[in-house]
Design a protein around this ligand. Structure first.
Ligand code: ADP
Length: 546
């Protein structure tokens, strides 16, 4: 070491202590003439002095540096290397990666012949590694933003007074074009790319660049005909005016939402329309019901009012046919008498039918049926019924009896005409539907009290006729219902009798019940209270009560 520079201790010390490394390699073998501490530190424990470089630093040969030295030696031209990589193997086997800035400087003799090479340089490993790390992390970041589906870009905002606001695309990712719909953006200014773009975008990014406040928003660009979801934030130094923008095209989502809202609204409109329609048809229904009620009332009114007009001619017909049948002059032939009988019977039938219809009409109209109560004369009642059915019983060869309990209340009050109407109806049904056996009426106080004023009186009509099935029993009290429509021809009738009877019984405060078994006969019971409800009631009031 001291051989070349022994004359200056100071220079030697400076040279030796310098953070830069130095070495002098002599001759074509590049023998170490000298090396300072910094150089020795690069190759610890290798004792270079006087030895050729290929022995001291075999790595220099294997990694191409010997060739470089040879080149400098041969050409005499200086070589400068920046951050040249070299891997050195320590004695312990550890491999070190170094990066060196260095110069191979040829030293020539008086003939211009290269005799030695002066090596000087510095270790820049740390700086280089930091650079590599930076590049790697930038790469990662670039890769990340390249690979995301969202659009990503960095823009530089221009905000100079007197200049229109603008921004320039410094960086864009792969998804940028597809998401933004802006082509060839990199390096270009937005006003140049989209002259019609709304001022909103320029102003928003300028604000981010100036204030450093990140923004997140959803906004429509009419110019691009797209909706965007955007997150923009400032990067770099404030004076760089750089804004990073992450965005995605949400047009489809917004359209879907709008459609959804529209169909919701449409649905609501439909519901409202339906409701209005329903309300309308409800009103129409109410109106139709009112009209129907009015019509039915009018019909009932006409029927009940024409009662007189119908009955008068019928009664004349019956009366006159009866007189004719008596034939006091005895001048009718048997055939003529038979005709007269037919006229009489048909008249009777017709009168019954008309009476039923009129009663029903009166009951329906709910106004004019008035119960007229008076004390019932049991004997008179029995007589009346007896007179009405003895002949029928005889004609049909049926036993007929009327049983009256001895303890019937003496002051039983009822509307005799109506009571008779009910009982006669039940009895004529009993006769009508019985071919053989018997028909009977029993009248007795109920609750088994011995006193004459029992709680109620039961009128029981029993027959041994065709009977009524359980199912039919449910409907026979409804107007115009007959147990078997097939019966009508065999047993004539209107299906009104029981309906009228039930109404009348209810008006009199009582109930009517049936027990029957098909083929075995039927029992109809009318139960009337001994004390009538105080007021005489119209059928409608009664129905409401019932
Ligand atoms: P109708 O004018 O048809 O006799 P009703 O209202 O008096 O009308 O009777 C209704 C129906 O009830 C009858 O058509 C008949 O089918 C049945 N019915 C009533 N009483 C009897 C009975 N005693 N025996 C059998 N069926 C009866």
């Amino acid at each position: 070491m001291k051989r070349l520079l022994a004359d200056s201790d100071l220079f030697h010390q400076m040279f030796d202590d310098s953070p830069a490394f130095f070495a002098l390699l002599r001759g074509p073998e590049f023998t170490f003439e000298m090396a300072n501490k910094a150089y020795l530190a690069l190759i610890p424990n290798r004792e270079p002095e006087g030895r050729p470089i290929k022995d001291v630093v075999p790595e220099a040969e294997s990694q191409g540096y010997l060739d470089l030295l040879n080149q400098v030696y041969r050409t005499g031209e200086i070589f400068r290397g920046n951050a040249m990589p070299i891997k050195l193997h320590d004695p312990d086997g550890h491999e070190r990666q170094l990066f060196l800035d260095f110069v191979y400087q040829p030293i020539k003799d008086d003939n211009g012949q290269v005799v030695a090479i002066f090596v000087q340089g510095s270790d820049v490993t740390e700086r280089k590694l930091a650079e590599i790390r930076l590049i790697e992390s930038e790469e990662k970041y670039r890769l990340l933003f390249q690979s995301i589906d969202q659009g990503y870009c960095v823009v530089r905002v221009r905000d100079e007074p007197g200049q229109a606001l603008d921004y320039q695309y410094i960086e864009i990712n792969d998804a940028f074009e597809q998401q933004s719909g802006v082509q060839f953006a990199l390096g270009h200014w937005m006003r140049e790319l989209r002259p019609q773009l709304e001022e909103f975008w320029f102003k928003t990014y300028r604000d981010v660049a100036v204030t450093g406040q990140p923004v997140r928003f959803e906004h429509e660009s009419r110019d691009l005909q797209r909706w965007f979801s955007v997150y923009a934030f400032r990067i770099g130094q404030p004076d760089e005016m750089l804004v990073a923008i992450l965005f995605s095209d949400i047009t489809q989502r917004v359209r879907d939402q709008m459609e959804l809202k529209m169909s919701h609204a449409e649905l609501e409109v439909k519901v409202l329309e339906r409701t209005a329609e329903l309300a309308r048809s409800n009103l129409e229904l109410i109106e139709a019901k009112r009209i129907a009620e009015r019509a039915s009332q009018a019909k009932s009114d006409i029927l009940s009012n024409t009662s007189h007009e119908l009955r008068t001619p019928l009664n004349s017909l019956i009366l006159i046919s009866q007189l004719l049948a008596e034939n006091p002059e005895r001048n009718l032939t048997p055939k003529q008498r038979k005709y007269v009988d037919v006229i009489y019977e048909s008249g009777q039938d017709l009168l019954m039918l008309v009476n039923d219809l009129l009663d029903m009409a009166q009951i329906e109209s709910g106004v004019s049926l008035i119960i007229q109560n008076k004390k019932i004369d049991w004997q008179h009642l029995q007589q009346n019924i007896n007179n009405s059915f003895t002949e029928t019983a005889a004609r049909k060869k049926l036993e007929f009896s009327i049983g009256m309990a001895p303890n019937l209340p003496k002051h039983f009050v009822s509307d005799e005409r109506r009571l008779l109407q009910v009982l006669k109806n039940l009895l004529s049904n009993a006769f009508k539907f019985t071919k053989e056996g018997s028909v009977s009426l029993e009248i007795q106080p109920l609750a088994g009290r011995s006193s004459e004023a029992g709680d109620s009186v039961e009128f029981k009509v029993t027959d041994t006729g065709i009977g009524i099935s359980k199912e039919k029993q449910k409907i026979i009290f409804e107007a115009f219902h007959q147990a078997d429509t097939g019966n009508t021809r065999q047993y004539n009738g209107t299906g009104l009798g029981l309906a009228i009877s039930r109404e009348l019984v209810q008006m009199m405060g009582g109930t009517i019940l049936v027990e029957s078994e098909p083929g075995k006969g039927s029992v109809f019971r009318v139960i009337l209270p001994c004390h009538l409800p105080a007021a005489e009631r119209s059928p409608k009031q009664l129905r409401q009560l019932g």
